[in-house]
Design a protein around this ligand. Structure first.
Ligand SMILES: Nc1ncnc2[nH]cnc12
Ligand SMILES: [Zn+2]
Length: 357
């Protein structure tokens, strides 16, 4: 083995060994082409692609919308409870192999209810996989039900009303609310009232902002929607006062490097601002967004970022620790996982954050 290959394996083992939380993950974005084809065959759904290879070859995106068009089409194979279970289980197993100890999973019920899939079917399949994984392996997870921002406020209220009767039944997993889909032209203020209602109901709140949309959307997500975390947020850098606020208030950004690359938010990974923001003291976390479409799960996102941005081992451990702090886990479990991470680093940390990994 060459020394580069050996150090790559060592780096991979190091990152895998860090207890990590995945905080920005769309479960519909974990549908691999093979599973899309298998579910299409099982459910008798016709696909406009001749093969798995042809579908994968179509994953060439120019912006967020070009991806979303394919992503919503891919989700059309999900019809039965078992489909949602299989998809979620495949993701959880994969994430666990990457060292994920806790996953906060977004799902888009409107993508399914509009096709006639009952809300209950969506919750039941995803929750069954989460519970089974928790009970058999100890890996925890929770759900962030997300509203599609290209649809109306009324549609979001209707979705909330359709889901609320299930709340008690899924209280152990349904923790929060998210906001996703096409950002430009769909500002946070459009969902101010529905978020106010969700807040009254005691849900934890997150929202996508500053992915393609301006820094002002990040500010509005904080001030109007009262979110606790920002999904993406990379455009915040256009506003130095906002960066200062994010740093001082320790507001986590759930950054998705391979997503940003695939959707042309950045031209190359070595131009990504995550390392700069981390070094300025912001609570940056690394996540995979829609890993089946963007070429990598959580481990690949850490490794690609480490290589492109010369992240030190100390910095990689800080990213993992940030993910635990920024999660919606109970404080005691957070502490336990942070301690496990620190113990795993050993008494002498591998370096002091000033050497590349
Ligand atoms: N990266 C992303 N941005 C907005 N909405 C999404 N839905 C799935 N992935 C998304
Ligand atoms: Zn996302």
């Amino acid at each position: 083995m060459t020394s580069t290959a050996a150090s790559t394996t060592e780096l991979e083992n190091f990152v895998r060994s860090l207890p990590k939380a995945e905080l920005h993950l769309h479960i519909e974005g974990t549908l691999e082409p093979e599973l899309i084809f298998a579910l299409a065959a099982r459910n008798g759904v016709a696909l406009p692609y001749a093969s798995v290879q042809a579908l994968r070859a179509a994953y060439q995106f120019t912006n967020l919308q070009s991806f979303l068009d394919l992503y919503y089409a891919g989700a059309s194979v999900l019809l039965a409870e078992r489909d949602f279970y299989d998809m979620t289980m495949a993701y959880l197993r994969r994430a666990q192999a990457d060292g994920v100890v806790h996953a906060e999973i977004m799902f888009d019920p409107q993508t399914h209810t509009v096709r006639g899939v009952p809300m209950e079917t969506v919750f039941a399949g995803i929750a069954r996989a989460l519970r089974e994984m928790r009970d058999t392996t100890g890996m925890s997870g929770c759900l962030l039900m997300s509203f599609l921002r290209h649809l109306s406020e009324q549609d979001a209220f209707d979705t909330l009303d359709a889901a609320l009767p299930l709340r008690a039944q899924y209280a152990d997993v349904w923790t929060g609310i998210g906001l996703d889909s096409g950002e430009r032209g769909n500002p946070p203020e459009k969902f101010q009232r529905v978020y106010a209602r969700c807040r009254e109901l005691g849900f934890r709140l997150v929202a996508h902002a500053g992915e393609e949309g301006p820094a002002a959307y990040v500010r509005d997500a904080l001030d109007l929607l009262h979110v606790e975390r920002i999904d993406h947020g990379v455009r915040s850098e256009d506003d130095p006062a906002l960066i200062q606020r994010l740093r001082e208030q320790r507001i986590p950004l759930t950054v998705c490097p391979l997503s940003n690359l695939k959707l042309c938010v950045v031209d190359s990974l070595n131009q990504h601002n995550l390392a700069r923001l981390l070094r300025q003291g912001l609570c940056i976390t690394i996540n995979s967004d829609d890993p089946a479409y963007f070429g990598g799960y959580l481990l690949e996102n850490y490794l690609a970022s480490a290589k492109a941005l010369n992240l030190s081992r100390e910095e990689l451990a800080t990213l993992a620790e940030n993910s635990l702090h920024a999660s919606f886990l109970p404080a005691a479990r957070k502490q336990e996982l942070v301690q496990r991470l620190r113990d795993g680093m050993g008494p002498a940390r591998p370096n002091r954050g000033d050497e590349p990994a």
